[in-house]
Design a protein. Structure first.
Length: 487
């Protein structure tokens, strides 16, 4: 262990001792947004501690109930609401080959993948990719990593056959055999070989609730948040940096991937995309095979498998309706932009006291050093989005998460072990966690944050924080889990 890491470890231990003491009096100095807890609450906690410390903490599971997510953000004008509704309808639609679907895709609608607990969310309890494989007599084989009760997944290959970096999405299915695709014949990628060569990685859908608020957090606010708690982060061994996708970073002998405008990207597991419009254009072509005004050419150009005009979906300059003119990717974007963030529960699960203790502990052990509870939007032409609090629980930074979570894929400045701090709003009603959906258990999701070592120079930035969490008493861990499931 080098001198610097010894120093880090020492200060982390000191911080943790401080935390234990602090826990007794529930000082809230670490977390500026957490409510101060009255001394009598602290006494009650200590009492609970002695009576329940032998019960093992466990994930209370998906919080039930509807209505906590899926509605429009408050304060929209009647016309804005009309665009939101039109976007919701299009986002929910299942599309067909004559409309441009395919020739390769992962599913036939945005809403199929983004649907738990409401349209706009993440992976549902029953994976629609199983039934879709044979829809309209399509002749696809369902790969072994796609199961009825497993998460929706898209696949990326780490390397090309010649060993050079790939990192791109390889669609699960083709339209071969479908009633609406006569004469098309294509084969699916060789997933069996990719899996046995450990060359395939998975990504599950991220929810888009509150995405319009995330889109409008100024770069300066993201950077200011990074410096605001720099000392605390250092104590926990946390670094973090934004995914600034540099323009013009050409790899010689390869096509130039666009770098756009050089501001902070923030959407996707690696913060690889700047905006909702960009994500919509990309998802429409990559997930569904529908070309559009952002991505005009087909990913699979095989001549006998093209059935619609290209680009498949564009602005309808002939439409006579107000919402009929704009293209689908703009409708999707407007829907997501106006989609409200999830509403947390004040008392479920575990009761209000446990949830607020959990909130305190979440900050005290260091989770909040990455999962920033609150940021703010900047100016916006849309009043409902202007200067609003964004309770997202993310710093929108990339962190080195060690070899345990590494997926070997680089996107922009995000390297093979780097991920965006996953926003935690809505986590209470999520079924699958982490970029590949490897677990449905929040306790495991927390443990998976830790891997690697400072000695081998591949330590996850979350190692010390996870150690702090593990040193909590069982009832305190339960408070943290109740807090997470209340979001
Ligand atoms: C086959 C499943 C699937 C379909 C269909 C799909 N998505 Fe996604 N979506 C994903 C996955 C997987 C991710 C995470 C991708 C990543 O980060 O690599 C994602 C991420 C996103 C995000 C990023 C949100 C954030 O904060 O990270 C947006 C926005 C989005 N999708 C919009 C759409 C839209 C719009 C459509 C329809 C045109 C769509 N998606 C269709 C699977 C899907
Ligand atoms: C070093 C920064 C960092 C710290 C510290 C950290 N996290 Fe995370 N967290 C992340 C990143 C990055 C991800 C996404 C990782 C992935 O999917 O591979 C994540 C994912 C999660 C998820 C899954 C969310 C999802 O969308 O699937 C949960 C739950 C979570 N963190 C809770 C916690 C808790 C509780 C703590 C404190 C014990 C904590 N995190 C500490 C960075 C951090």
């Amino acid at each position: 262990m080098n001198k610097r890491s010894t120093g880090l470890l020492l200060s982390a231990i000191l911080a943790f001792v401080g935390l234990l003491l602090m826990d007794m009096e529930f000082a809230s100095s670490v977390d500026p947004v957490a409510p101060t807890i009255a001394p009598d609450t602290a006494t009650a906690t200590t009492a609970t501690a002695t009576s329940t410390s032998t019960t093992r903490a466990r994930d209370p599971g998906v919080r039930g109930g509807t209505g906590a997510a899926g509605g429009a953000i408050a304060g929209l004008t009647a016309n804005q609401k009309m665009f939101f509704d039109a976007g919701l309808e299009d986002f929910s639609e299942e599309e067909t080959v004559p409309e441009g679907l395919g020739p390769t895709m992962n599913l036939d609608g945005c809403g199929g993948c983004h649907s738990q607990p409401a349209i706009g969310g993440s992976s549902p309890p029953v994976n629609p990719q199983v039934a879709f494989a044979g829809k309209l007599h399509a002749r696809n084989k369902v790969p072994p990593f796609i199961t009825a009760t497993g998460p929706v997944r898209e696949v990326r290959f780490i390397r090309n056959a010649d060993g050079s970096p790939d990192g791109g999405v390889h669609d699960l299915y083709t339209i071969t055999g479908r009633d609406d695709a006569p004469g098309c014949s294509m084969s699916q990628p060789d997933f069996a070989t990719a899996v046995s060569n450990k060359n395939a990685i998975f990504r599950i859908p991220t929810p888009v609730f509150g995405a319009g608020l995330m889109e409008l957090i100024p770069d300066s606010a993201i950077l200011a948040n990074q410096t605001a708690n720099a000392t605390q982060r250092r104590t926990f061994g946390i670094r973090g940096r934004p995914n600034i996708i540099l323009a013009g970073s050409t790899v010689s002998g390869q096509p130039n991937n666009n770098g756009n405008d050089g501001t902070i990207a923030r959407f996707g597991w690696k913060s690889q995309n700047k905006s909702l419009l960009l994500f919509s254009g990309e998802a429409y072509n990559v997930e569904m095979g529908i070309t559009n005004e952002l991505f005009q050419t087909e990913r699979a150009e095989q001549a006998n498998c093209q059935y619609a005009m290209a680009p498949n979906d564009i602005t309808d300059s002939e439409s006579t309706e107000t919402v009929g003119t704009i293209s689908a990717i703009e409708k999707f974007s407007i829907f997501m932009r106006f989609l409200a963030p999830p509403t947390p529960s004040a008392d479920t699960p575990g009761g209000a006291l446990s949830i607020s203790r959990g909130q305190q502990l979440f900050s005290a052990v260091g989770c909040a050093a990455c999962h920033t509870p609150m940021m703010q939007t900047g100016n916006s032409t849309v009043t409902a989005l202007r200067y609003k609090p964004v309770n997202l629980y993310s710093d929108l930074m990339l962190h080195d998460m060690g070899p345990g979570l590494a997926d070997g894929v680089s996107q922009g400045q995000a390297g093979p072990r780097d991920f965006r701090t996953a926003p935690l709003w809505g986590v209470g009603q999520r079924i699958f966690f982490l970029h590949d959906g490897r677990t449905s258990d929040l306790l495991i999701a927390i443990q998976e944050h830790a891997s690697g070592s400072t000695r081998t120079n591949n330590a996850s930035e979350a190692n010390l924080v996870v150690a702090n969490f593990n040193n909590l008493r069982e009832n305190q861990k339960q408070d943290v889990l109740n807090f997470l499931r209340s979001r």
